[in-house]
Design a binder for this molecule. Sequence first.
Ligand code: SF4
Length: 480
Amino acid sequence: MCGIVGIIGQGRDVGYDLYEAMLTLQHRGQDAAGIATFDGILHLKKGIGLVQQVFNRKNLSRLRGPVGIGQARYPTIGRGSPEDSQPFYVNYPYGVAMVHNGNVINFFALKEELQKVHRRQLNSSSDVEAILNVFADELVHKDSSAFSADDLFDAVGGVFRRVQGAYSVVAMLGDGSLLAFRDPLGIRPLVMGRKETMTAFASETVTFDFLGFENLGDVSAGEAVHVSTDGRITRRQISEPNHHPCIFEWVYFARPDSVIDGIGVLEARRRLGKTLAKRCREAGIEPDMVVPVPDTGRPAALALTEATGWRLSEGLIRNRYIQRTFIMPTQTKRRSSVRQKFNPVRSELAGRKVLLVDDTIVRGNTSLELIKLVRQAGPSKVYYAVYGSTLRSPCIYGIDMATRDEFIAKDHPEEEIERLIGADRLIYQTYDDMVAAVAGGRKMNFCTACFSGKYPTPVTDADLDRIAAERNSAKPYPRT
Ligand code: SF4
């Protein structure tokens, strides 16, 4: 999972706008950050770390030009090294720089084909380099001496045919124009905005709120959008959409103040809380208070208390300066960070029956640590309710949550998980309630593979084993 952005305007530099945009998308990736701009020559700065660690006044002042792209990275395939940081660029044909959000399933096959058949040397283990080279390879076969939108759209069609997986992409072209596209499954989000003569693309609408852009809506699954240097927008449906947006965006990943594919994330989480209230009632628990696991659990917990009349308490305080646990690349970091990240409030919790509301349980480590931590504050009972249903299968589309054997729900029934995480009572949302709550009455065809095991692309057990092996062999880049 990553956050991507692209901005094009006229007559003013967009480097600082891109920087600010990436701050709004920092929750989507905290591993590396990069920006490329163009004013006749390419300006590029990228590195390991948070957006504010990579950029400063001096290097931002070098990012000149009225067009640019940026990315905050969360690694899936690859070592997470500086070489894998985005944007990537190729000089030929014309010059193209690119960022993406997603995961290419046939990355290794593509890399081999590009090197052996098309003599294109790939220098990283980042899958956007494969998308970029496929796109460049498709463009090479055009005769024209300059870009035409038709050529670009044809090349995107070639990418759709050759690249499997999930990818939302923004590319900056050597004539100073901008191109965005979303794969035919539309698994990863991509929205488009406008302010005066400026056009922008971003992973989430929160970026537009912050920059003062009007939200023009989503780039459709299988669609490409080209914005010329004079601001002309050309849209084309390249491939028949087979839209399967990732349900996990609403459950966990996206910011609550974003709207994805027409569904507000905050509203979806409130509906999830309301349906979870029903499950809690059925379970027969009577907590003295409902405590959200901050920050993701807050909207659902609030809606749950509104539905039940139970008291909401901020009995668990989060240290804002610790990274999201889910996104941390190693198990050791994930475990220790729970204690760094939360502090239970003894005066609120001692002697009381506490219902914790969280988003999901993956391996169970975070839940176990969290419940242990809360018990230190002396509650009489700790109930644990999750508004996502049981996670059982790995994501192959860009969220590195776990490999197949790591999911606690894979081999354990709910009562066993309850015991393993040390809860007095564990309450899961049902799968059907989760899907209905996120859809909110819309007809949606979500990707729910990590919950249901039903992948929207063909996937074999051998594929899952290979992906697990690749992930296990991918050592996070050591930070100094
Ligand atoms: S497998 Fe899960 S996390 Fe991955 S894209 Fe599908 S719903 Fe999202």
